[in-house]
Design a protein around this ligand. Structure first.
Ligand code: NAD
Length: 412
């Protein structure tokens, strides 16, 4: 019988990788599931809910992961927990594959099979396992709701006997999964929405949501999308033109939501201090790229900074602010990934594109090409003396080999 264990997350993490719904399905599929007592409480999943779903409740994290075949987490767990796992067991979670390299090397050395869900290839078959999308979608929604809560004016236009309340202007910078949901949410709240991106494919999507697309549409823009559907780093000349356009536009905006990211790079700086200073007092900026350095010059990760009356929210882990939905969707992403493995009695096809894409380390060896490059040739997790420097979460400029964030088509 396949055994699955779920430890509690750290105090800062509100989400959990198992919901009562997915526990029930795993048990129905013949797995034995154990979860640490209280681990789902911040998503309002009680021990009783898990028990009703057929899971057993473990008194400690060590007990939850001891002797199990598969451990499910949200974040990268502490080394001690991975050491408490049975040799060669699978650890599946958002393991932050480009963060703290020393720690990752230590985890790899335990011999556990480490799967980073962030590296899931973005192909049609893997859509139900795409944790970046499921979480970014909620982040885009919550960014607008939080901005609206902080904004001391109404968003929709209201025509009243006492006069008209004007609609707020919301500008979304970066229209990936989070940006699209931010546009849709701001529109539902009645704001006048504009959006920008460097990928031409986005233009129609923006229009279909009832927002106006704004961008420097030159030749470089027309070539800006990679085969994988991600943005490229733009030239200095393009950035200058883009900054000019944004500077003019941003002056009249009430709320700016920034979500712009480029795989393998720090977040592009799109809002300079001067642009922020041109905004009206009371305006709000929500910087969803805060974790990767921020799109706005004054962003401080995890803080709300006020500058000349403009508040800049450098929010971290916004999906964690809607933990019930975030956990439910994330747990379903994990379920979709492991169900086929359970069906085959964990006789994993190591050549499968999704397994290869997400597997970082196995039998003490770093097997993911992009990460192995950071550790030097051979893919061996480095010794303490030879460990590479941690990159503070920023992705290195990796060669486009084997990495799952360079998927091969089937994208939607
Ligand atoms: P992301 O988080 O990597 O980046 C967010 C957005 O920022 C992107 O739209 C990017 O073009 C934009 N950006 C980068 N630099 C910018 C700049 N200088 N100015 C303005 N915008 C800038 O993106 P994501 O949300 O992960 O989505 C990337 C693409 O992948 C999208 O086309 C999305 O629809 C697609 N996608 C496909 C699948 C699938 O097929 N399974 C799943 C999810 C997303």
């Amino acid at each position: 019988m396949i055994t699955i264990g779920v430890p509690a997350e750290s105090p800062e993490e509100t989400r959990i990788g198992l919901s009562p719904e997915t526990a029930k399905k795993l048990v129905k599929n013949g797995a034995k599931v154990s979860i640490r007592s209280g681990a789902g409480l911040r998503s309002h999943f009680s021990d009783a809910d898990y028990r009703d779903a057929g899971a057993t409740i473990a008194a400690s994290d060590a007990e939850a992961v001891k002797d199990v075949d598969v451990v499910l987490t949200v974040r990268r767990p502490a080394l001690a927990l991975v050491k408490a796992m049975k040799p060669g067991a699978m650890l599946i979670g958002m393991l932050d594959p480009f963060g703290d390299a020393d720690d990752l090397a230590a985890l790899a050395k335990t011999g556990a099979s480490l799967f980073a869900m962030e590296l899931m290839p973005r192909i049609s078959r893997a859509q139900s396992m795409d944790v970046l999308s499921s979480q970014a979608n909620l982040a885009g929604y919550k960014a607008v709701v939080d901005a609206a809560a902080l904004f001391e004016r109404a968003l929709p236009m209201m025509m009243t006997a006492a006069g008209t309340v004007p609609a707020a202007r919301v500008f979304v910078m970066g229209v990936g999964v989070a940006g699209l949901q931010a546009i849709a949410t701001a529109r539902r709240l009645g704001a006048i929405v504009t959006a920008t991106d460097v990928r031409p494919a986005v233009k129609e999507q923006v229009a279909s949501l009832g927002a106006k697309f704004i961008a420097v549409e030159d030749e470089e823009f027309r070539q800006a999308e990679t085969a994988a559907g991600y943005a490229k780093e733009m030239s200095d000349e393009y950035k200058k033109k883009q900054a000019g356009l944004v500077a003019e536009h941003v002056k009249n905006q009430d709320i700016v939501i920034t979500t712009a990211l480029i795989p393998g790079r720090p977040a592009p700086k799109l809002l300079s201090k001067a642009m922020i200073e041109s905004m009206k007092p009371g305006s709000i900026i929500v910087d969803l790229a805060a974790e990767r350095g921020g799109n706005a010059e004054l962003t401080q990760a995890g803080e709300i900074v006020e500058h000349n009356g403009v508040r800049i929210m450098g929010v971290l882990n916004l999906p964690g602010a809607v933990p019930v939905n975030a956990s439910s969707l994330y747990a379903r992403n994990l379920l979709a990934f492991i169900e086929p493995m359970i069906a085959k009695d964990l006789d994993v096809n190591w050549e499968d594109e999704l397994v290869k894409g997400t597997l970082i380390a196995r039998d003490g060896i770093i097997v993911n090409t992009m990460i192995a490059e950071r550790f030097g040739a051979g893919g061996k997790a480095p010794s303490a003396a030879a460990k590479p420097k941690a990159t503070n979460g920023a992705k290195p400029a990796a060669k486009k080999t084997g990495g799952a964030r360079q998927p091969k088509g089937g994208k939607t």
